[in-house]
Ligand binder design. Structure first.
Ligand code: AHR
Length: 337
């Protein structure tokens, strides 16, 4: 049997496992198996997991776009482990895929595997989250969210909100105490959202972050952390949560404690899942910053260009919107996640 034939069998086995994982983790999104489309280029893609509705939509978008554009997708779910991502990428290199795409769970620690891909002549597309590398030439380009801007937008909303409370003189001197529940430690999105938020509030010392803690982008942790914090802090004006999943847990904990989210405490959240938009409409959330998960079509088009040896832009940020209590929300279309 040829070397390629042996690799095909090994990969068929790997994909069966991936297909099972994806089917279990992406229940509502899965309308095809782990490989999609026939012919065309082969894209090996390492996804980080299924930690949020946002992530499940992102996976669905990639799988559907692959099928629609005739890209053969070798999809691996890393279950939140960087070592699983590195293993999957190494398998993609062994299989000699045309392009590798991945969502880096954390920003650091990719240089070695990227060098292996470069040595094998396989271009790598980084998506959703950014990475730090010694040498930026180790990957072809990035497409995804502008997390610094998302953090700034959260701060801009608070500046608007608190300038509107009472008369301007009163609002100026009053402290605004903020609890920040951040995303996965070491991920570029958690780092970027925190940095953009602080940057935009830097000239406004009345806004103070009294507590910042990672909730790992999980609803269960948002709930647990807020329950504990409510035992410690009785006075704070704002919760800035890095994703909607954690926010939904935070809202549960507040309601249980008799606090009215959105009224007693200002809630600012990121992602714009349907559940967060619904909470905004109910007045339980004050501002929702969109993080756009529907990058599948753009990823496929970039992967095809890379496979043809073309250069792609180093950095592509996707379009994102801000929804707040100051907006007319009647025309917001169903979010799809
Ligand atoms: O990397 C994007 C973030 O990861 C989203 O904000 C979050 O919901 C997801 O899990």
């Amino acid at each position: 049997m040829s070397k390629k034939g042996m690799y095909s069998i090994a990969f068929a086995m790997l994909f069966t496992v991936c297909a099972i994982i994806v089917t279990q983790c992406v229940r509502s999104e899965t309308h095809q198996g782990a490989t999609s489309g026939q012919g065309g280029i082969i894209l090996g893609f390492s996804q980080i997991g299924a930690e949020s509705a946002w992530r499940k939509c992102n996976t669905g978008s990639i799988q559907q776009a692959a099928e629609e554009s005739g890209v053969q997708l070798l999809f691996a779910n890393a279950e939140q482990k960087q070592e699983n991502q590195i293993k999957a990428m190494r398998s993609f290199i062994a299989y000699q895929v045309d392009v590798i795409g991945f969502v880096p769970i954390v920003a650091d620690g990719w240089d070695n595997i990227l060098r292996e891909a470069m040595d094998a002549g396989i271009p790598v597309l980084v998506t959703d989250r950014k990475i730090h590398t010694e040498d930026d030439r180790l990957y072809a380009g990035f497409i995804g969210t502008d997390s610094e801007q998302e953090g700034r937008e959260a701060a801009f909303f608070l500046l608007k909100k608190f300038a509107r409370l009472g008369n301007q003189d009163e609002a100026d001197g009053k402290p605004v105490r903020i609890i920040e529940i951040s995303g996965t430690e070491g991920s570029s999105v958690a780092l970027g959202r925190a940095a953009g938020f602080r940057e935009a509030l830097a000239d406004h010392p009345e806004f103070t972050i009294i507590h910042s803690q990672s909730g790992d982008f999980l609803r269960s942790k948002g709930y647990e952390i807020m329950r504990n914090l409510l035992e410690v802090y009785s006075d704070f004006e704002v919760v800035f949560s890095h994703n909607d999943g954690m926010t939904l847990g935070i809202l549960d904990a507040m309601r249980e404690a008799g606090i009215r989210p959105g009224k007693d405490v200002v809630i600012v959240t990121i992602d714009a899942e349907q559940a967060a938009i619904d909470a905004l409409r109910r007045g339980e959330v004050n501002c929702v910053i969109e993080c756009n998960p529907k990058t599948g079509p753009a990823i496929m088009s970039l992967a095809k260009r890379l496979a043809q040896g073309e250069k792609i832009p180093r950095l592509l940020h996707v379009d994102e919107t801000v929804f707040s209590e100051y907006d007319d929300l009647s025309s917001v279309a169903p979010r799809g996640y």
